[in-house]
Structure formats: C-alpha cells, structure tokens
Design a protein around this ligand. Structure first.
Ligand code: MG
Length: 317
C-alpha cells in the first residue's frame, strides 16, 4: 500500500455547505492511501465503516500489522460504497511529510563511487569503511514534499543534495541479525539528505546535516510487501531538471539488512524511525567545478517504485 499524509486546499466534502463556505487554507493533515492516482481518506473510510484506525501515520505504524490489515480491508471494499469526502484525485491533494520520526539515522559513504568522490572533494578517507558510518538528523530537520529547503547564506555557501532510499522501521529492533532485519521494516520512502558541506569541513557535523529542512521526506511510504527487494531500485536526482545522480540501490556498500543489524547492535530502532541509507555519487561537492544549491533551485529526488520528492530552495536569511 502507498500511504501518505496529505492536506486538501479547503474543507473536505463531508463538511456542511456553510462550513465549506467559511473554510480557508489547508485542512488538518489526513492519512490516505494512494490507489492508482486516487487518494482514499482512510479516516473517512474508517468512520464510515465504524472501525478504529489511527489517524496519523506514526500511530498507524506503531499500531502494528492490525492497522495495516484494517486499512487494506477499507481500501479493498466496494468502491461504490465509499462515502462522500473519502475520494480525492492525487493532483488535488498536497502531500506532507509522511510522519515525524523519533529519530533519523543517516549512513555516510555507503556507495563505493560516493566514497571515491568524497575523498576527492570532502577530505574523507579513500579506503572503504569497514562498517557503516552512522550519524543522525533531528526530527526538526524533516520537511515535506514541495516545502522549502531553507538556504541560510549566513550558515552555508555549500548547500548540497543526496538522494537516498529511506527505510521506515515498523517493529522495535534491538540486536537483530541480518536475517531478522526485514521483519522489522514497515516500508520505504525517499529522503533528500541535504548537507551544508562547509559546516562539515569546519567540524560542525550537526549543522552540516541537521538544520531545519535538511531532511525532505516523502511523498509516500510504500509498505514493505510491495517492495520485496529494496536492493534493486533505481534512484536519481535532478536540479532544475538536470540529472546529477543516477544509480541503483544494488551498489550500496552495506545493504539494508546489514544496516539494521549494525545500528541495532547499539541503538534501539523504534517504529517510525527512519534510516537514510546513503547517497550514490553525483553530489554537488564532487562536481568539477563544485556545484551547490542556491535560492530559486528545485531539487527532485526519485526512487523507483516510490515516486519523486521535489523541493524548492528558498532564501531563509
Ligand atoms: Mg547521506
């Protein structure tokens, strides 16, 4: 299932005529399922069917397999019986960040060619890392599809992009083996691991990776059953329509199962946590000459079977 958090431009059609007439701006965030370009409002469907269902995606993930089963039944029910307000065209809704993770674990240097370009341009080690290189981004860094990436020229002149497969944890994982790892995954999404290279060069890892808006996330979470093999997905990134990154997750140095086993050897992964699994080569710092994001740019990160995450870069000084 393709799950998303979305708003609509006005009150939903379930509102009374009077309420609709007075409603302005966006609706409260709703939990939906994207079924072939039609967004079904799972909250409206659950109310109509008289069943319990968490109304936000984090609570939904935390609720475990039962919530997903309920959602499947609602989505698979007779389309003719769907109540008013349950159905939107995808083009008519605004996707938000799918959820606010408890934590985001980033993986550095997880594609061989990116290790090479980083050693050339970012002063990192030439040798392949013997185990995953981990860092974290705070939840406040998360922003949604279409939302601005904040360019603060007082803090960086080297704002860069990194298209990454995001793993959303579904079941608490502590000291799990690689064999057990897949059983702890809820689904997959996209994170653009925005990075201020000059902050990292000056030793400021947290400001390099963790500033507000440095984790665009979405537009959907695709449940794990729909992507049985996350290790064979094309991923690419464009800036203003020009392709900068193009690779496949099979080129990861440490595959998803190894990442979960490694992280959970020392840190408990909880439902809703996100692992940003690392960037392929083609980041701006590795270009000759280097290229960095400036206000007015648009960045689009695409992962096969998930979708495209597009964000504008906006001056935020
Ligand atoms: Mg990264």
């Amino acid at each position: 299932m393709r799950l998303l958090t979305f708003t609509t431009a006005t009150a939903t059609a379930t509102a009374t005529a009077t309420a609709t007439a007075t409603a302005t701006g966006a609706s409260a965030p709703r939990l939906g399922a994207d079924v072939d370009g039609i967004v079904l409002d799972l909250g409206v469907l659950a109310d109509h069917a008289g069943v319990d269902l968490p109304r936000d995606l984090l609570a939904f993930v935390q609720a475990g397999p039962a919530a997903l089963e309920t959602a499947r039944r609602l989505v698979d029910a007779d389309p003719a019986a769907r109540p008013a307000g349950a159905v939107h065209r995808l083009a008519d809704v605004t996707p938000a960040a799918p959820l606010r993770p408890g934590k985001i674990i980033g993986v550095g240097l997880n594609y061989v060619e990116h290790v090479e370009e980083s050693s050339r341009s970012l002063d990192t080690d030439k040798e392949l890392p013997p185990r995953p290189v981990l860092f974290s981004k705070p939840a406040t860094a998360v922003t949604g599809p279409g939302a601005p990436i904040l360019h603060n020229g007082d803090l960086t002149r080297q704002l860069d992009w990194e298209c990454e497969l995001a793993v959303v944890i579904g079941r608490t994982a502590f000291r799990v083996s690689e064999e057990e790892a897949y059983g702890h995954i809820f689904g997959y999404s996209i994170v653009n691991d925005i990075s201020a290279r000059d902050q990292r060069r000056s030793g400021q890892w947290f400001f390099s990776k963790g500033q507000d808006s440095y984790a665009p996330f979405g537009p959907v979470v695709v449940t794990a059953d729909e992507i049985p093999d996350p290790m064979d997905l094309d991923l690419s990134l464009r800036v203003n329509g020009v392709t900068k990154q193009k690779s496949n997750t099979r080129h990861m140095l440490f595959p998803v199962a190894r990442l979960i086993a490694d992280i959970s050897s020392g840190v408990t992964l909880e439902p809703g946590d996100v692992i940003a699994t690392g960037s392929p080569s083609g980041v701006g710092a590795g270009m000759v000459p280097p290229e960095f994001l400036v206000p007015g740019d648009t960045v689009e990160a695409t992962v096969e079977r998930i979708g495209t995450l597009a964000n504008p870069v906006v001056d935020a000084r």
